[in-house]
Design a protein around this ligand. Structure first.
Ligand code: C5P
Length: 214
């Protein structure tokens, strides 16, 4: 089979798309790219050099230097880096550089699961499967809190919720590639769904598409 298979997963921060993407990539033996890490890498580079996040030419240089094989989740997963990432992600020139790398990744056989905000709408508009994973802001904040507490940290629910809502606003409100479901995306609301149930629901959608194709 020469066809490169693509699964596009989009949705707001904390909806569970990262875990879902990993489970699907394992199950269907596809490559995996968390595209959020590419925006985080740009923000992280600026922070490291003490440069302001609105220095567009420095952000473009950092974007060109992003190496998809060297994205370090441990340093990039910090909450502050996510916030900063959503600020550099508004610049169209930065997005263009990263999107090109993401498309190259998607083209590599046997194909890939990519998760982000604009995969089904911009990066891979011809993806075989598009999922839009969402959950209420309260549920996402609750999950984030549980995650922080599970590693011994403490946080304030109200502050986390405010952060999540601010990030949603920035991601959905930007002019270039705003977060929104592609017209042909399957919607998956995980507000009242454990990750296992979300995985089974996604698998049912994908297997159905595969069955109709064979
Ligand atoms: O998914 P994650 O929280 O790691 O993404 C960090 C930020 O990067 C998002 O809030 C968003 O602004 C940006 N992003 C994006 N397009 C993507 C992935 C992430 O604009 N495909």
């Amino acid at each position: 089979m020469t066809h490169v298979f693509t699964i596009a997963i989009d949705g707001p921060a904390g909806a569970g798309k990262g875990t879902l993407a990993r489970r699907l990539a394992d199950h269907y033996r596809l490559n995996l790219l968390d595209t959020g890490l590419t925006y985080r890498a740009v923000a992280y580079a600026l922070i490291q050099h003490a440069l302001p996040l609105d220095n567009v030419s420095a952000a473009e240089t950092a974007a060109r230097q992003v190496d998809l094989a060297k994205l370090d989740r441990t340093v990039l997963s910090a909450h502050a880096v996510g916030e900063a990432a959503s600020k550099v992600a508004v610049y169209p020139t930065v997005r263009r550089i990263l999107v090109e790398k993401q498309r190259d990744f998607a083209k590599t056989p046997p194909g890939a699961v990519l998760d982000g905000r604009d995969i089904g709408t911009v990066v891979c508009p011809d993806a075989d499967i598009k999922l839009y994973v969402t959950a209420s802001a309260e549920v996402r904040a609750q999950r984030r809190l549980a995650e922080i507490e599970s590693i011994g940290g403490t946080a304030d629910f109200t502050e986390i919720l405010a952060d999540i809502m601010r990030r949603d606003e920035r991601d959905m409100g930007r002019a270039d590639s705003p977060l929104k479901p592609a017209a042909d995306a399957h919607l998956l609301d995980t507000s009242e769904m454990a990750i296992e149930a979300a995985f089974l629901a996604a698998m049912a959608i994908i297997d159905d598409v595969l069955a109709k194709r064979d």
